[in-house]
Design a binder for this molecule. Sequence first.
Ligand code: NI
Length: 307
Amino acid sequence: MRSRFGIRLFSAGGFDNRSLLNAILLLDASAFPDDRLAFLRSMTRLHTMVAAGALAVLALSGCRSVSPPDAAETAPRTAPGGQRQESVRAAPGRPAAARPARDRYREVQVDEPVVAITFDDGPNPRQTPLLLDILKERGIRATFFVVGRSAAAHPAILQRMVAEGHEVANHTWDHATLGEAGSDETRRQILMTNEAIRAAVGKGPVLIRPPYGRTNPTLDRWMARELGLTVVLWSVDSSDWKHRDPIRVQAEIVRAAKPGSIILAHDIHATTVSAMPATLDQLQARGFRFLTVSELIARDRSPRIGQ
Ligand code: NI
C-alpha cells in the first residue's frame, strides 16, 4: 500500500494534487487498523510537505507543469522550389478574451436567418473575379479560403476581396493535408500562407480550413493557441467539385441551408460560379442574410468550451 502511494505521488510526471487527493480519500475510506492508518496518514503528511516544497521550487524556477505543443516561432527559410525567403514569424494569436468560444466550427448557433458562404482553393484568375462581380451586384459578402501559392501569385484579387468586404482566410500553401500539430511541414504550410495574405492585404487571417476537412482536436487547439487561427469546416456541402453541375450545386445549397450554416463551394470551377446567381437569389428570397465567417462566429450563442 505504501509503495503504491509512493509510486503515485512520485511518478514520472512529478507531484500532482489529484494523486495526493486520491491518496487521502483512499485513506479516509479504508478500514485499516488504527496503527497502520496512523502510519499511512503520517506518510501522506510527509508526502504533502515534500510535494509542496517541490512545487514551490518548480514555480520559482518558472517551470510549466504541462508542456505545450512545439511552439511555432518560425517557418523554414526555404520556400518550395528552393527559393530562400525571410523567416516567417508566427502570428501572436488573439488574446484569450477575443478568441471564439470554440477552436473549430462546422456551423454556428444563431437566432437569426444568417449564413456564411465560403469559397475554397482560389484565387483563380478567371473564375474569382466573375464571382466577385456576382457577389457585388447582390451586396453579399463571402469568405475565401485561399491557397497560399495562388494568393502569392494573384495579390490584386485578394486586395479586391478585402476592398469589397469579404474575408480572406487560410487554406494552406498548396492544399496539403495537415499533419501533426507543431510539425515543420504543418507550420510551414500555415505560416507561409498567413504571410502571403498579409503581404497582399496588410493583415493576416484569423481563420483556417484544413484541406479535406482533415484535422483533430490537438491540431485545432495548437492552431488556436499558437497561431491565433480558428478552424472552420462546413455544414452545407455543395459537392461542386464532384458533379460540376450548376443545377445540382444550387439545389444542394438551397435545400440544406439553415440559420447558422457554413456553406462550402469552390471558386475554381466555372460550374460553381455559374450556379451562384440563382443560388444566392433563392437564399435571399428565403430571407437569408450573408455574413463573413468571422461575423457569424461573433454571433455564436453556444456555451464556451475548450478554453
Ligand atoms: Ni480545398
